[in-house]
Write a protein that binds this ligand. Structure first.
Ligand SMILES: [Zn+2]
Length: 296
């Protein structure tokens, strides 16, 4: 049986997470409420949740849950950062990604196990504290230290904002857009999949997942070199690139379309949950394809 992503469940998760307040170290009550929400949901789906602290403070923690595969093959990770900047409820950035990741974990638990293990990673500390991606950086360092057989990651980084008006999409001045036809992309109705060139199979699987939606979800694949340091490297996939692994960021392009980016106005009512559900469903299709892919 194939499970389907539930837009109402995404709305519920984002509503809960944003109601706690900014998921930032300045608000330990919101941090622990958010961590409890994620842990409780995962436990309810049948997962054993692993806390991965990377410091002594209460906010310095990743939460991990995995669905064991049936074969010996490199692990596929799927991630999202649960923290947000001070002063912002972080509905799009990144309660939307956390909600999508919880739904992916739910359907993965409800379906027969695939050959590959799939691990769901809820990272802390993606926002600058003071440097970026503290949680994912520590997680990848642990993978390297233990020679863990992890192939790569798909990161959900803001998946809830869409604007169908012409001219609603903007772009950085010169950043990995050499092959993009910008006249076609002036409308903020697509999702971007930014990956290192080695992650071509991940990008293709997400593109296929988008094409399978009704109506089709436009997916713009942006392959970049692993040493890219500009906008395309701005999330938890970057430490995977740096460690020689595969990494893809699935994103609505943040401030290049969403005027509420890092603002107090990044609220649930500005999001398009049908869009978020389509994006999550496309990633769910990719997750199934990649988890059944034989080891190379
Ligand atoms: Zn973010």
């Amino acid at each position: 049986m194939t499970e389907v992503i539930d837009a109402a469940a995404l709305r519920k998760h984002i509503g809960r997470l944003t109601a706690f307040g900014p998921r930032h170290r300045d608000d330990s009550r919101a941090v622990s409420a958010a961590l409890d929400h994620i842990t409780g949901c995962l436990a309810g789906y049948g997962y054993e949740v692993v806390r991965e602290p990377y410091g002594d403070a209460p906010h310095e923690v990743n939460l991990l849950a995995e669905r064991a595969g049936t074969a010996m093959a490199p692990v596929l990770e799927i991630g999202a950062h649960w923290d947000s900047v001070a002063g912002s409820p972080g509905a799009d950035d990144n309660a939307s990604g956390v909600a999508g990741l919880l739904e992916l974990a739910r359907i993965c638990a409800a379906e027969p196990a695939a050959p590959r293990t799939v691990r769901f990673c809820f990272f802390g500390g993606e926002e600058h504290d003071p440097g970026p991606c503290n949680g994912s950086r520590a997680h990848v360092a642990r993978l390297d230290a233990t020679r863990a057989d992890v192939e790569g990651i798909i990161v959900l980084e803001m998946i809830g904002y869409r604007d169908l008006r012409p001219g609603s999409q903007t772009f950085p001045d010169a950043d990995g857009q050499a092959d993009l036809d910008l006249t076609r992309l002036h409308r903020a109705d697509f999702i971007a999949a930014v990956g290192n060139v080695e992650a071509a199979a991940y990008l293709a699987a997400i593109g296929d997942g988008g094409a399978a939606q009704v109506p089709p979800l436009p997916v713009v694949a942006v392959p970049l070199p692993s040493d890219h340091e500009a906008n395309g490297a701005r999330s938890d996939h970057q430490p995977y690139w740096a460690s020689g692994r595969l990494g893809v960021m699935v994103t609505d392009t943040a401030e290049f379309r969403n005027p509420h980016y890092h603002q107090p106005t990044d609220t649930l009512d500005t999001l398009d949950l049908d869009f978020a559900a389509q994006v999550t469903q496309a990633v769910a299709d990719a997750m199934r394809t990649l988890a059944h892919r034989p080891a190379e």
